[in-house]
Design a protein around this ligand. Structure first.
Ligand SMILES: Nc1nc2c(ncn2[C@@H]2O[C@H](COP(=O)(O)OP(=O)(O)OP(=O)(O)O)[C@@H](O)[C@H]2O)c(=O)[nH]1
Ligand SMILES: [Mg+2]
Length: 470
């Protein structure tokens, strides 16, 4: 990442046809570039001879935009004076026409000025963080908000952006600090030792802190699920009703359904929402040992590749006919998927009379080792029960107050939790020095989440996944 004293520019809106495109410029040259681009030069005050800038902060100016003497676009220009701007620096926003050509031409004109360069992904937000405009959880939430896959995910990202996550961490950090101060005081003052340590108050307080750390972990865990979503893959014997179930869950006819076994050949993925969590659900070719042709064989291989990446597999079994080939499908699944807890057996076609042998098969090993659920796509067939079951297996708890979070946060929270746990052990052994040291460690891990304790490497990783222009 280059020096943050240079000015950066980028198109902030999505590429393609659109009414308006926004070009952002941030840094010390922003105002200078704006005046050159619009040919609105600074003037001199007639009274006191001072320089008068052509733009006032937070005013909108309609203008033509020039590249040299050529007019390349016209539109609105806004000026946000640092530090009261998104990045904390002087920021100019040019709202011109959208499309594939015009915004690029305006950006090129801006980049012709010496000292202005194309912004790297996330560089505006990185500057906002470095200039103290937001903490790291809020900066990350900006990207989470942009890429939210469901309404709940967007709400959670907005909560983090507004500081819900950081506030919770600050509260815990503050309590850890108070605790450490008191423990350190116990080392120097016998009366504090008696009142805080000997009385058992310290022990109680530390256990309370552990439980707060645990609660933060639980909420962050939901936040990660909201952010990342989950992958469910439909698998099973040919003709079991996989594509029908995909269509029913998607609420649209997305996949081809016929009575011919081996209809689905390719992988088809649709995005749905379960309990507010964005879920991709993937339909695959029915799995059997003896595919009817080469195309079906390739389809089965593709199905197995999808299964490897699944969070949850729905093994569909047609309960109305003989289903010995379901075991062939299960054997293939077990070879590529090593999380047996996340296989759910879906007994399809409940509207038809059950097949005796298949019932026995379902009630004996190995199928009776897995949770089972009944569905029908022809009649009102247990889809709500299925959705609830999916939520349960994926660990989705609908709850208020969830904020968006990332795996990075989870691992720091876990480290912090473990440090508090070790502090409890040290306290029980009566080693107050080591107790205080563990508490400091716990605080540092929390500080890494908000960015109070940070390194350039971490920032590089975080902001590299951002959009350009944000
Ligand atoms: N009665 C009844 N028929 C169903 C149900 N679900 C699916 N079917 C029928 O079963 C047949 C196969 O359905 P699909 O959804 O294409 O099955 P599939 O598992 O995707 O099959 P492949 O793509 O060949 O692996 C079709 O004729 C469906 O109409 C159900 O719940 N009840
Ligand atoms: Mg199918």
């Amino acid at each position: 990442m280059a020096d943050s004293t240079d000015s950066i520019a980028a198109i902030a809106t999505a590429p393609g046809r659109g009414g308006i495109a926004i070009i952002r410029i941030s840094g010390p040259l922003a105002l200078y570039v704006a005046s050159k681009l619009t040919k609105k030069e600074n003037t001199t005050d007639a009274q006191d001879g001072s320089e008068v800038f052509p733009f006032k902060p937070r005013y909108a100016y309609f203008s033509k935009f020039y590249d040299g003497d050529e007019v390349i676009d016209e539109g609105v220009l806004l000026y946000f004076k640092g530090p009261h701007s998104y990045t904390g620096e002087d920021v100019i926003e040019i709202q011109g026409h959208g499309g594939n050509i015009v915004p690029q031409r305006v950006l090129s004109a801006v980049l012709k000025f010496k000292g202005v360069r194309q912004a790297e992904p996330g560089e505006f937000t990185r500057r906002a963080f470095l200039n103290g405009r937001m903490d790291l959880t809020a900066a990350e939430a900006v990207e989470d908000l942009i890429s939210a896959g469901s309404e709940s995910a967007a709400k959670a990202a907005l909560a983090s952006l507004s500081g819900a996550f950081a506030n919770r961490l600050d509260e815990l950090t503050q309590k850890l600090t108070n605790f450490r101060v008191r423990i350190e005081a116990c080392l120097d003052f016998p009366e504090e030792h008696e009142d805080f340590f000997d009385s058992g108050k310290a022990n109680d307080e530390l256990k309370e802190l552990l439980s707060l750390a645990q609660q933060a972990q639980t909420i962050a865990n939901q936040g990660v699920k909201l952010n990342e979503g989950a992958r469910i893959v439909l698998a099973g014997q040919p003709n079991a009703g996989k594509s029908s179930l995909l269509n029913a869950l998607a609420g649209a006819d997305r996949a081809i359904v016929t009575n011919i076994p081996g209809t689905t050949r390719d992988v088809l993925t649709v995005n749905i929402e379960i309990g507010g969590i964005p879920v991709t659900i993937t339909d695959t070719a029915g799995i059997r040992d003896t595919p009817s042709d080469e195309i079906e064989a390739i389809g089965i291989q593709k199905a197995l590749d999808e299964l490897k990446q699944a969070d949850l597999i729905l093994l569909m079994i047609d309960s109305s006919k003989e289903a010995y080939d379901a075991l062939e499908a299960l054997n293939h699944i077990k070879k590529v998927f090593d999380n047996p807890k996340n296989i759910l057996v879906v007994k399809s076609k409940q509207d038809l009379p059950p097949n005796e042998q298949t019932q026995q098969l379902l009630n004996s090993e190995p199928l009776n080792q897995y949770p089972q659920i009944s569905t029908s796509t022809k009649q009102d067939g247990g889809l709500d029960v299925l959705r609830t079951k999916l939520q349960e297996i994926l660990g989705i708890i609908p709850s208020e107050g969830v904020f968006s979070a990332r795996r990075r946060h989870l691992s720091e929270l876990q480290e912090s939790y473990l440090a508090i746990q070790r502090a409890i052990q040290m306290l029980e052994l009566g080693d107050l020095v080591l107790t205080a040291r563990e508490i400091t460690l716990a605080q540092n891990h929390l500080g890494t989440i908000t960015g109070k304790v940070t390194s350039d490497d971490i920032l590089g990783i975080i902001f590299s996944t951002f959009c350009i222009g944000k």
